[in-house]
Write a protein that binds this ligand. Structure first.
Ligand code: ZN
Length: 309
């Protein structure tokens, strides 16, 4: 696609960079090493990672940026979208400069990429919120319901500190009478909120399996994660983690996965924050910890009342 290709196919007689004019316009040069690309990346990459960022071979460089958003980028949130937008807009700019003599740049590639990323994020949020109300009206309620007889229910949640990026997850496993079976709270490290939510499901499923439970309803607040697991889609840095969750889901047991409202998932939400508040990496609870004990009792009582009503 780059001009080295047309030259090979005798479609063009030149192969210098469409941006800087240097000879040999490879993908590595245009998107990675050309002065325009380098100026953009330099403003976005962690200072201590700059040297390795610019010397990686092109293939690894692309893969790391897409699969591990927090590895090079200062702001890892939506890095996959921003990275893709920059690549796309460098390519577009290069083409405009080459083929449109009247082309005038009103906005830098970086400004345009940020705008494109914001638009993509908004479109994604709006698509998700459109999906949410109809889903809510049909299957969601604001009251936690216990699982049917012989089933257990795992409520999980992920949490991420915006300031330092540190993510945690937590969850509770309860029986058909709303009784506490097991709980956990775990510090994961620096990762995205989607990964934190997935870790919550991973941990919830692992603990349920180890408890010998074989009929599980998993409830999580993140619609994105629930949909990801239902449609088997893969995104960004979570290939390996997703594979691990799929491995758990595909074991010989019955799993039902549901998205629920934040208010219904309060116990898991609080559990996700306990490890970090208590300064511990991994906590498990055979009885409800004090942070959730009242709420667990309340939810168990509510479900008895609801059943009797
Ligand atoms: Zn160049």
């Amino acid at each position: 696609m780059l001009r080295i290709e047309p030259v090979r196919r005798h479609m063009a007689t030149f192969n210098s960079c469409g941006i800087c004019g240097q000879s040999g316009e490879t993908s590595d040069h245009l998107f990675h090493q050309c002065h325009m690309a380098m100026a953009i990346w330099s403003s976005l990459i962690k200072t201590e990672k700059l040297a390795v960022f610019f010397t990686r071979n092109f293939r690894d460089w692309m893969q790391i940026n897409i699969a591990s958003p927090g590895f090079y980028a200062r702001e890892e949130g939506d890095w996959d979208l921003l990275f893709g937008s920059i690549i796309w807009l460098i390519w577009k700019t290069r083409n405009r400069r080459l083929f449109d003599p009247d082309y005038f740049e009103h906005e830098s590639v970086l400004e345009k990429s940020r705008r494109l990323t914001l638009e993509a994020t908004r479109a994604l949020d709006s698509a998700l919120s459109k999906f949410q109300p109809s889903h809510r009206s049909s299957t969601m309620s604001d009251i936690w319901h216990p699982p049917p007889h012989n089933w257990c229910k795992v409520n999980t949640d992920g949490s991420r500190n915006v300031g330092n990026g540190l993510a945690t997850c937590g969850g509770a496993i309860r029986s058909s009478n709303g009784g506490w079976m097991f709980g956990f709270s775990k510090v994961i490290g620096v990762c995205s909120i989607v990964e934190a939510e997935l870790w919550g499901i991973h941990e919830g499923l692992s603990h349920s399996w180890n408890l010998g439970e074989r009929q599980i309803i998993v409830e999580a607040y993140s619609l994105e994660v629930v949909r990801m697991l239902k449609v088997n889609s893969k995104r960004g840095s979570i290939f390996t983690l997703l594979d691990r969750v799929f491995e758990l889901i595909n074991r010989d047991w019955n799993i039902i996965l549901r998205h629920i409202s934040r208010t219904t998932n309060k116990v898991a939400d609080r559990l996700a924050k306990i490890a970090i508040i208590r300064g511990e990496v991994h906590k498990v609870f055979s009885v409800p910890p004090k942070e959730v004990v009242e709420l667990v009792q309340q939810e168990a009582a509510d479900c008895i009342l609801t059943a009797e009503a």
